[in-house]
Design a protein around this ligand. Structure first.
Ligand SMILES: Cc1ncc(COP(=O)(O)O)c(C=O)c1O
Length: 441
């Protein structure tokens, strides 16, 4: 076959990310359009978006303010060098983002993805201690079942076995505390589970094992998403903060999915009332329209670097596309949309309806747990004996055929619809899931 024929009518060349490539290519699922709450498939069907793309299209799809901002910027100035040069939109976006985040998280470093935000935050944490003369603080502590993207730092502090096991010895000097999943005590919790604040105490054991003077930072997702939605027990995040403070350790919240209204408040920082030293974000920052990420840091961290002769670079880190003009334009259009439509807090208004609808699935075939917070929901299924992940994957395929996009991880169904969702669409998601679950082997 000629290369052109291969290119025009063949799915082979594209090695798809986090996809069962052979299964997909036998029976492809292709989206060709998107507007508001719906995708259009290649065969012309409407599919309700129950996942905001990949937790990123918080304002829904095809939003005019964002589209126009991107179109305007790309025509006016396509690119400006990110190092030793600037452009107004990057400063404007940074100022607007920091205005959304509680003080002292007053500075922003731009990246292009969640994974890059995580690498940036880890490097910032280690370098921060070094510039202050505590260069022995190099260790990083993550958590079992944590997801922090796919780069080496992220998978090292992350705790998802499948994402780690093929990639050698990873970063040295990393340890983990246990995850917070506790089905026995917390199944069917609405919002934050009552039990498990004590899991934070394990941080003390790990800190003591290595000695606090060697530890740079602890990184957690305030709500663990990719592992299948693990909501922090009441008091847990507060206790992590206390322990870090007692030992001079930086606390990093990975808010790549919780940022930008997902929990019914602008950030998890607001929702839980716990202020970390660094916050990683991406996804909803541009509504998923143009790739972008951002790391927020405290004034203390920023000021620690701002020393020495002024002509010298203070932080030897950055990406060609840090603060890309088109991404910044998308970010500004996105913030306008969020603000005009009150989307950063809309999740709080819908949370009870969402929770009632999801928990009405209790007792449905195969369901062993249901959990929710903000506009996030998860349904954990009993795995098929000897065939983990298969039951949830079948649910995903059947839901797609029935016109609803969900996500699955292991045997957990995870949902995070755009924040513009209507109650009738919540009913549609839950009604479809009920039928799908009843029909599964
Ligand atoms: C908490 C968290 N951190 C990091 C990432 C990685 O983001 P990206 O895929 O943009 O690199 C994700 C992606 O889902 C995430 O959920």
């Amino acid at each position: 076959m000629s290369k052109t024929a291969l290119a025009t009518n063949n799915l082979e060349a594209f090695w798809m990310p986090f996809t069962s490539n052979r299964q997909f290519k036998k029976n492809p699922r292709l989206f060709v359009g998107a507007k508001d709450m719906h995708y259009t498939t290649a065969d012309g069907r409407q599919v309700l978006d129950g996942t905001a793309g990949l937790w990123c299209c918080n304002a829904g799809h095809g939003r005019p303010k964002i589209t126009e901002a991107v179109q305007r910027q790309v025509a006016e100035m396509d690119y400006a060098p990110a190092f030793q040069m600037g452009h107004p939109a990057a400063f404007e976006l940074a100022a607007r983002l920091t205005a959304l985040m509680p003080s002292p998280l007053d500075h922003v470093f731009f990246t292009n993805s969640g994974s890059e935000s995580v690498e940036t935050a880890l490097k910032m944490a280690i370098a921060y201690h070094r510039v202050r003369g505590e260069g022995a603080r190099t260790r990083l502590i993550g958590r079992e079942r944590g997801y922090h993207g796919v780069n080496f730092g992220g998978i090292s502090v992350g705790g998802i076995v499948a994402n780690r096991k093929h990639f050698g010895t990873l970063l040295g000097g990393v340890d983990h505390i246990r995850h917070t999943h506790d089905l026995e005590r917390n199944a069917y919790s609405r919002g934050q589970p009552e039990n498990g604040a004590e899991y934070a105490e394990e941080l003390i054991r790990v800190i003591q094992l290595h000695d606090p003077s060697t530890i740079a930072a602890v990184i957690v997702e305030p709500v663990a998403g990719s592992t299948g939605v693990l909501i922090p027990p009441k008091g847990y995040l507060e206790r992590l903060r206390q322990i870090c403070d007692q030992h001079g350790i930086l606390l990093i919240f990975d808010e790549v999915i919780t940022g930008f209204g997902r929990l019914g408040s602008p950030f998890a920082v607001d929702h839980f009332g716990v202020t970390p030293d660094l916050v990683t974000t991406a996804k909803g920052i541009t509504n998923g329209v143009i790739p972008m990420g951002a790391v927020f840091c405290t004034s203390d961290i920023h000021e620690a670097f701002m020393t020495g002769p002024e002509h010298l670079i203070e932080f030897f880190h950055g990406y060609t596309y840090s603060g890309h003009p088109v991404a910044c334009a998308a970010g500004l259009g996105t913030l306008d949309t969020y603000e005009e439509e009150g989307l950063l807090t809309r999740g709080a208004e819908l949370e009870d309806y969402w929770a009632d609808a999801l928990h009405s699935l209790k007792g449905t075939r195969h369901v062993i747990d249901i959990r929710n917070i903000g506009l996030i929901g998860a349904i954990e299924l009993e795995p098929i004996a000897g065939e983990p992940t298969k039951r949830a994957f079948s649910a995903f395929l059947k839901a797609y055929d029935a016109g609803v996009l969900i996500r699955t991880t292991g045997d957990i169904i995870a949902m995070s619809p755009p924040l513009i969702i209507e109650k009738s669409q919540i009913d549609q998601i839950v009604g479809t899931l009920r039928e799908v679950l009843q029909s599964l082997d």
